[in-house]
Design a protein around this ligand. Structure first.
Ligand code: DX5
Ligand code: ZN
Length: 232
């Protein structure tokens, strides 16, 4: 049995207008976003540089929606507490970027945030197996991290199905719920197939922020998801 949760749309503000970030966050939440996806890049783990805890804390008063922090940084641990203090609700990181994955997950939860592991296209899901009890979120990358606006890598669908199976087995054995999120190249055309593969949280940057009407895009995404759910 599938333990897929209600669908959550998490617009990535990487593609928003950085000169008007507060307003962009407000607008996208008014347009129906469930989470605000916050891509942290350090020009070390990934070849790009974005924003840190100070920007997160500046955005915090602009919305009550959960802030979903995606750390593309190395090392990881030193940024956990600053992001928790800055108002992050979920914090996820790439396992290869942490020396001690179990410790990093505990650190995130000890700070009162939900903890997630992120899997690059060429990284295997085995990392999950030993830390299932410490996971609130698993994020499958459907592009190589570093930039918005890339094309969805189709192999991510198979990986989502495998992650779905692992999570469903875990929940059936009495484990806590774990969200299954996807990130990269998600749009109205492919979101149905992604839902069918097992995702319950959907990051979308350019597909939303490159359009004038955010609500129209989010509504269309929900419709595609509803079509798949009604067939299940
Ligand atoms: C890529 C980021 C993504 C990205 C998604 O490294 O993690 O969150 O912003 O952007 P789109 O939806 O444009 O692929
Ligand atoms: Zn991201």
């Amino acid at each position: 049995m599938s333990h897929k949760q209600a669908a959550r749309i998490a617009p990535s503000i990487l593609s928003a207008d950085f000169a008007r970030l507060g307003e962009e966050v407000k607008n996208v939440v008014l347009a129906g976003a469930d989470w605000v996806h916050f891509d942290v890049m350090d020009n070390h783990y990934v070849p790009n540089l974005t924003f840190g805890p100070m920007i997160c804390s500046a955005l915090r008063p602009h919305t009550e929606a959960p802030i979903d922090v995606h750390l593309m940084v190395e090392p990881v641990d030193s940024l956990v507490e600053p992001f928790a203090k800055a108002g992050a609700n979920l914090i996820s990181f790439h396992p290869e970027a942490s020396r001690h994955i179990d410790r990093t997950l505990s650190l995130i939860r000890d700070q009162g945030c939900k903890a997630g592991l992120v899997f690059n296209p060429a990284v295997g899901l085995e990392w999950m197996d030993h830390v299932m009890d410490k996971l609130d979120l698993v994020l499958i990358m459907s592009v190589n991290p570093g930039f918005g606006g890339q094309k969805f890598i189709p192999h991510a669908l198979e990986k989502l199905r495998q992650a779905r199976q692992k999570i469903d087995r875990w929940v059936e054995e009495g484990g806590q719920p774990i969200s299954l999120e996807v990130d990269g190249g998600v749009n109205v055309q492919n979101i149905g197939a992604i839902r069918a593969a097992g995702a319950d949280a959907f990051v979308a940057g350019s597909a939303i922020f490159n359009q004038p009407d955010y609500k129209a895009v989010i509504d269309a995404m929900r419709q595609e998801i509803a079509k798949v759910d009604s067939q299940a």
